[in-house]
Design a protein around this ligand. Structure first.
Ligand SMILES: *Cc1c(COP(=O)(O)O)cnc(C)c1O
Length: 343
């Protein structure tokens, strides 16, 4: 089976000839919705009484944690795999992931009967690894962090001929992820601002192309201050890798900004905030104590940024995606134990 050779990439990740680097349009999101709604339920948008009271605002949680796999990414996986060219159905897919992108592709691969390999870092969240294996994926550990696992996956893709499912430079995946925002448009057309966690930028891109484009709402990106690669890409227009990557929140831990999402975010984000790991932990603890919601660190970034905005949100309609619930039990227990909020 002939393998594809990588082509010139606009960013520091590898892309292949089958990667279209044109961002999706809002119309593409509507098309993706037909696919997504055949395979996945809509997710609830639920008012948070505690955050609304604290911020003197109407704060709504978009409960993406209620999707199969427990994170929003499966919307993108289903959309991409459903439209896959026939030649790739036999070759199979390969993805690099700290866990949730891999679960998304594994879930979609099972749904459409396509084999899936996922490369994860050596210290990957064990619960996420177990979940991917349970969905039938061949999980291979390599490297100290996401970007090292990604480079290994990119090598395997060119050597073995798997279809590399990039975590951001994939218009179909971004269109699928964006269907969450279309649901918000319908459920809450008066939304003023969305605080969206950013790792590779797929989720925030989706909100820009939906609530941002259709309602003129402000989409605010949020990263951990120890891993600000995409913030820097957004602020400075650079696709250079960032040297620093230090956050416990693996869902937003990436050193390399990606071309397609950066293009959408540069155009679409109203603002971009950075939050500390301590603030993320407090957000995770608070959401458990007040709302009995289990959220992972990546997801805590959005809550932390909304809390930090404080009075600025007074009287406004705010949406925070509960992007994922796949925190391992031990990390969650430690967060609660050391939290002032839970104590
Ligand atoms: C992947 C992920 C994010 C970051 O989303 P991107 O689309 O990569 O920016 C945030 N939260 C959770 C739970 C995730 O799995």
């Amino acid at each position: 089976m002939a393998a594809y050779e990588p082509v010139e990439s606009p960013d520091e990740s590898t892309v292949f000839p089958y990667h279209d680097l044109t961002p999706p349009t809002t119309a593409d999101l509507f098309r993706a919705r037909e696919t997504v709604s055949r395979h996945l339920p809509e997710t609830p948008l639920v008012r948070s009484e505690t955050l609304s009271a604290e911020l003197d605002a109407d704060v709504y949680l978009k409960r993406e944690d209620t999707l199969p796999t427990g994170a929003f990414k499966v919307r993108g996986g289903v959309t991409l795999v459903s439209g896959l060219d026939d030649e790739f159905r036999d070759r199979g897919l390969i993805a690099a992931s700290t866990g949730n992108h891999g679960q998304s592709i594994a879930w979609a691969g099972r749904e459409f009967d396509v084999p899936v390999v996922v490369g994860v870092p050596e210290d990957a969240n064990p619960d996420k690894v177990a979940a991917m294996r349970a969905l039938g994926a061949d999980v291979r550990k390599h490297g100290a962090d996401f970007d090292e696992a990604r480079e290994q996956v990119e090598r395997l893709a060119s050597e073995e001929g798997y279809r590399y499912v990039h975590s951001a430079n994939e218009p179909a995946l971004l269109a699928g992820v964006g269907t969450a925002g279309l649901e918000v448009v319908e459920a809450l057309p008066g939304v003023d601002v969305v605080f969206c966690p950013v790792g590779g930028g797929s989720s925030a891109s989706g909100y820009c192309l939906s609530v941002g484009a259709l309602l003129d709402a402000d989409v605010v990106g949020v990263q951990a201050e120890g891993a600000p690669a995409v913030y820097r890409a957004w602020a400075e227009g650079t696709l250079a890798a960032h040297d620093r990557m230090d956050t416990f929140a693996e869902g937003v831990a990436t050193r390399v900004p990606f071309a397609v999402t950066t293009e959408v975010l540069r155009d679409g984000l109203a603002d971009f905030r950075l939050v500390s790991d301590d603030a993320i932990r407090e957000a995770v603890a608070r959401m458990y104590v007040d709302e009995h919601i289990v959220m992972e660190g990546a997801c805590g970034t959005g809550v932390a940024a909304a809390l930090a905005a404080g009075d600025d949100l007074s009287g406004r309609k705010v949406v925070i995606p509960v992007s994922g619930r796949n925190i391992d039990a031990e990390t969650h227990r430690q967060i609660l134990e050391s939290s002032e909020y839970a104590g």
